[in-house]
Design a protein around this ligand. Sequence first.
Ligand code: SAM
Length: 263
Amino acid sequence: MLGLLAVAVVSAAVLYVLYHWLIPGAVQNSGWLALIWHDVILERVLNFTTGSSRPQRMLKAVQKNATKGDPQSVISAIDYYCRHKEWAMNVGDEKGLILDSVLTEVNPSMALELGTYCGYSSVRIARLLSPNSKLITVEFNPAFAAIARQIIAYAGLQDKVTIVEGPSADLIPKMKERFGLKSFDFVFLDHWKDRYVPDTKLLEECGLLKKGTVLLADNVICPGAPEYLKYVRNNPRYESRYYKSYLEYTKAEDGLEKSVFLG
Ligand SMILES: C[S@@+](CC[C@H](N)C(=O)[O-])C[C@H]1O[C@@H](n2cnc3c(N)ncnc32)[C@H](O)[C@@H]1O
């Protein structure tokens, strides 16, 4: 009996150390471990135990901790939730500062985002747009788009942001006609990484890039977009620069690639 008790106590102690120190330590420093741990394991466990989805939990955190109509408080509430409670694939606070600074420098009239998820980066971008500027953001998962709509409205930015639902490859060719626009001044690529090259080529073919359009691509190191980096770095039509940072809410390297379309 005492033996069994000792085994139970030691097993509980090992599990505790693993869960609170060893796994978080390893996960913080390895991008791939972080993605497997947070995206494959923890998300499923939490979905099962809470009966809700990660986007629904993020929305709840916003409603509980942010102030309606205050985009900065929405961003802070999401960053706090994702650093202290549950990781999520937002661009995050560190790379978010790079996004802010590139966006401020470009000061776009028309901005496009590929990959909305819950609207974190849409809020980041839209809060910095000048009065008549607009952001179009593309998301093919209707459940994510529904949460993003609520988070963007909570931040008071619904008039600046249009969420378009569907696959980027279907929507890009319809942009000019649907929105009566000539081209984009700024494009944030943050959808699935294997779409970065085909969608960039599609934007070129559809005449949606003009001389000076800035493309900013997230996650070029983790999970990584090597084909995209090869494409923009070895292409005389682009002037490209890497901004080193960290995978959102971890200490693993990731970064953003800024590429200016030269026409
Ligand atoms: C990394 S998340 C976007 C994070 C968001 N930009 C942020 O920082 O808050 C990628 C999103 O892109 C969406 N997505 C992936 N491929 C897509 C495609 N081809 N067309 C539209 N949406 C896509 C996914 O459903 C997912 O929500």
